[in-house]
Design a protein around this ligand. Structure first.
Ligand SMILES: Cc1cc2nc3c(=O)[nH]c(=O)nc-3n(C[C@H](O)[C@H](O)[C@H](O)COP(=O)(O)OP(=O)(O)OC[C@H]3O[C@@H](n4cnc5c(N)ncnc54)[C@H](O)[C@@H]3O)c2cc1C
Length: 481
């Protein structure tokens, strides 16, 4: 009887999994996850993502064991581990979902080459995007560099219905498997490591079931407010599906299909549902750009930005990372990130603009910090979004669009609820001053129990001066081009 190794990667689910379905249809299946720390080079999983991976694998392990199978966990070089597993199991095929990170295609080629002469069939299946890179093209056959026409063209293509969970004949051979705890993906408090993930268990439910719950909850009601509510960080009007999507616990076409059904049952919500799907479309667009420009995580998409005169003020970078810039909406965002592994999209844009424009710190520093701290850290969306804010990306926000952190706070957190949640030292300030505490009269500060410079920092840069500095820096590359 045929045996197939199914290599799980960022597709940690049992439903709508084409590789698993194909493997199940040909015989026994050995489900495998390999923790290969070298594979991604500089972009090895950040701390927050490791926490999620641990939880997600635990969930996948228990789903497979409830079906009388066993997920095999191995740590090490992917090719060496696959070689051993193929010999130990006698597998005559290795199936996996395609991944789109710059390091994935070379690995897939290596797997193919390694097993080609051994008569082991290697197959790669789509599975983590709605549209494979290269399948949505302009009339002249090139990749889109602007989102709106990309999404319009994508929407002309059909999306297949998601597939169910296959009946699998799991391989019963007692293959050795690592103990997940030994991978030390989570803070080891017993060895004195501070528990930076404290409380995350209550905030998140990693795994396939958690992903579907998040989607169902969101489509149940919050989606009705999505169009305008998605910009309000104090409200829960977005789906929070990003970490689930990042680890493939849910496929975009499952999301697509559920959203289309919701439009049928609640036609009055069609517009906000389409807006939500367009954001899922941004994820697709980012992957398409990454496919076009593999260096996107490290190099500016727009060449002229290679000569941008970035500063290198480490104290400013550190204040930004710690949520101590003196600008409440920025600090609230950075602290939300630290405490929850997540940051609201509007605030991500504000803090990214502040770092790259007010502080003139290179966007790569922000990208790396997010990579380590975000549960949803994703090589395409992160790089694409940082470059979008910094002005160097394809279809980027124009550089001279410099977010005013005070005005942004007043507009999107008008009651100051978000700031008060993450910067509790400001909680007694009247809302008039919540986004610019330095403007509050001394008496007001005293009654709010607040001493600026002691309880909460004074602004590390002056907004107007910093804005002019950013425009001057931009003029340097504008003149050069
Ligand atoms: C500087 C910066 C860095 C970012 N880094 C990441 C990252 O590492 N990983 C990541 O998934 N998203 C990133 N984003 C995009 C966006 O902030 C998150 O996808 C979104 O906040 C996730 O919340 P949600 O699931 O509630 O989104 P929803 O609003 O519910 O959107 C649904 C899904 O669409 C996708 N999506 C939404 N907005 C975007 C966007 N602007 N770009 C790409 N995809 C989007 C996500 O997969 C998201 O889960 C970044 C944005 C900025 C400004």
């Amino acid at each position: 009887m045929s045996t197939t190794l199914v290599l799980f990667r960022q597709d940690l689910r049992l439903h709508d999994h084409p590789a698993l379905i194909a493997a199940a249809s040909r015989g026994r299946v050995v489900p495998v996850f390999i923790y290969d720390e070298e594979q991604a080079g500089d972009w090895h999983l950040g701390g927050a993502s490791q926490w999620w991976l641990h939880e997600s694998l635990k969930s996948l392990e228990s789903s497979i064991s409830a079906l009388s199978g066993r997920l095999i966990l191995r740590r090490g070089d992917t090719i060496s581990v696959l070689r051993s597993l193929q010999q130990e199991s006698g597998a005559d095929a290795i199936y996996f979902s395609r991944q789109y990170q710059p390091w994935s295609a070379p690995l897939e080629t290596l797997i193919n080459n390694e097993f080609h002469d051994l008569n082991v069939s290697i197959k790669r299946f789509p599975g983590t995007l709605l549209h494979e890179p290269g399948s949505v093209l302009t009339g002249s056959g090139t990749a889109f560099k602007v989102f709106t026409p990309f999404w319009r063209a994508a929407n002309k293509q059909s999306v297949a219905l998601p597939l169910g969970r296959p009946d699998v004949d799991w391989h019963s051979h007692p293959l050795a498997s690592d103990d997940l705890a030994d991978w030390q993906l989570q803070p080891d408090t017993q060895r004195g490591v501070p528990n930076w993930a404290e409380g995350w268990q209550d905030l998140w439910k990693p795994g396939e079931e958690g992903a579907h719950l998040a989607l169902t909850d969101f489509l149940e009601a919050p989606v009705a407010h999505y169009a305008e509510g998605r910009d309000v960080p104090a409200k829960r009007y977005t789906s929070r599906l990003s970490p689930h999507l990042k680890f493939g616990e849910i496929s975009p076409r499952q999301i697509w299909s559920a959203a289309q059904q919701r439009k049928l049952s609640a036609p009055q919500w069609s517009a906000p549902i389409d807006k939500f799907l367009a954001e899922v479309g941004w994820r697709e667009f980012c992957y398409q750009l990454l496919d076009l420009f593999n260096d996107m995580p490290a190099k500016p998409f727009k060449q002229q930005f290679a000569g941008f005169p970035w500063g290198n003020n480490r104290e400013h970078l550190s204040a930004w990372q710690r949520g101590q810039t003196g600008y409440p909406i920025v600090d609230a965002g950075m602290r939300e990130l630290q405490h929850t592994g997540f940051m609201h999209n509007r605030v991500r844009m504000i803090v990214a603009s502040f770092l790259t424009k007010h502080l003139l710190v290179h966007w790569i520093e922000g990208e790396r910090w997010f990579w380590d701290c975000l549960l949803d850290a994703d090589i395409a969306s992160n790089a694409c979004s940082w470059q979008w804010v910094a002005g160097s990306g394809a279809d980027a926000s124009p550089y001279f669009r410099i977010f005013n952190p005070i005005a942004q706070g007043q507009k999107f957190d008008s009651e100051g609820e978000y700031v008060k949640q993450w910067c509790p030292e400001l909680s007694k300030l009247p809302k008039k001053y919540i986004h610019e505490p330095w403007e509050a009269p001394q008496m007001t500060l005293v009654s709010a129990d607040l001493e600026l410079g002691t309880d909460y920092p004074l602004p590390i840069v002056d907004h107007k001066t910093a804005r002019l500095g950013a425009l001057d820096a931009y003029a340097v590359i504008k003149q050069a081009s």
